[in-house]
Design a protein around this ligand. Sequence first.
Ligand SMILES: Nc1ncnc2c1ncn2[C@@H]1O[C@H](COP(=O)(O)OP(=O)(O)O)[C@@H](O)[C@H]1O
Ligand SMILES: [Mg+2]
Length: 368
Amino acid sequence: MAVRIGLAFNLKPEAPANPAGAEPSSPTSPDESSARALRDDLPQPDLYAEWDEPATIDAVERALGTVGQVYRLEADESFPARLALIRPDFVFNIAEGLYGPNREGHVPAICEFLGIPYHASDPLTLGLSLDKRRAKEVLAYRGVPTAPFVLARSPGDARKVDLPFPLFVKPCFEGSGKGVSVKSLCRNRSQLVRQVSKLLATYAEPVLIETYLPGLEFTVAVLGNGAEARCLPIVGMRFDTLPAGAPPIYGYEAKWLWDSPSHPLEIFDCPAHIPEALAGQVRAVALAAYHALECRDWCRVDIRCDAANRPMVVELNPLPGILPDPRDNSCFPKAARAAGMGYDDLIRTVADIAWRRISGRSLLAEVA
Ligand SMILES: Nc1ncnc2c1ncn2[C@@H]1O[C@H](COP(=O)(O)OP(=O)(O)O)[C@@H](O)[C@H]1O
Ligand SMILES: [Mg+2]
């Protein structure tokens, strides 16, 4: 009998209808991504930036449908009741959640409450990774390199920071470029205090202040568990593709404003053209971070080199972005393609890794 897979997701809501006379856009148009990411009608324009497009959810559903029977489970208020009713064999979880720093752990926690297994990391790992400061504390304790940092809860904290400039600031509990902009790079105290104050007011959460890492940047897709965890080809960032004069930062502007399928930013270099010795160090740091945070099944690790060219962990993404269209800039699928794995293969492989961890059986073998 087919394995019953619940697909948990959060669907990015559409913006309200266009003003009278404006052409309605097609709901599947890929160029909508930036319009959907920035919503002027919301108190926080990037509130839903982390949520998924219909095309992504459909693509994951299609791929999972080749290895099991899929039940779509939107992670809204009715999710716990529907999950309890359907009781799938396991949940494939791409839901980002909405409220608070534990939002990414809500779906896995509900699964645990109901005794239903799920794919990917547990609520503790998801909560730790979303809290960039706590993730860095665990990394530092485990000897995984990461930039020096302090936390600011008030503009006064920013006035007292004694780390050397330049510094980099970002909200502590966000993802998908939220709150990371060209203004995150602060070269002096007045820039620092201004930007920290702005982020505190916008996101109502602590702000992480870190040493600015000026070197090469990479992101590494990791697949598997325990000794079988492995890195897909490294993605390098080509900052020379950013608009002239823009600082080398892969933040909100680069993710959502300067990149669209019709005008793609050719920012990713995969496999990264770097010496093998550096590639080896980057992979080792990525795997060390993956194991330190006890990630499961998959995760994408962001890494950037310091002034001495040493790779440092910037953050972990245990719910990685997985846009299906190859024209979209989406690192995990891109790294998979560089390893000869198409989108469906990637999703099937991740589901198989999860199902082997959960049941000891191969999902791929069960449908063969
Ligand atoms: N300490 C830092 N030094 C230099 N650049 C940084 C630093 N932290 C973040 N960045 C830049 O900002 C980008 C986004 O930061 P990140 O923490 O990965 O946030 P997000 O969760 O939005 O991806 C990184 O990809 C990198 O380009
Ligand atoms: Mg990142």
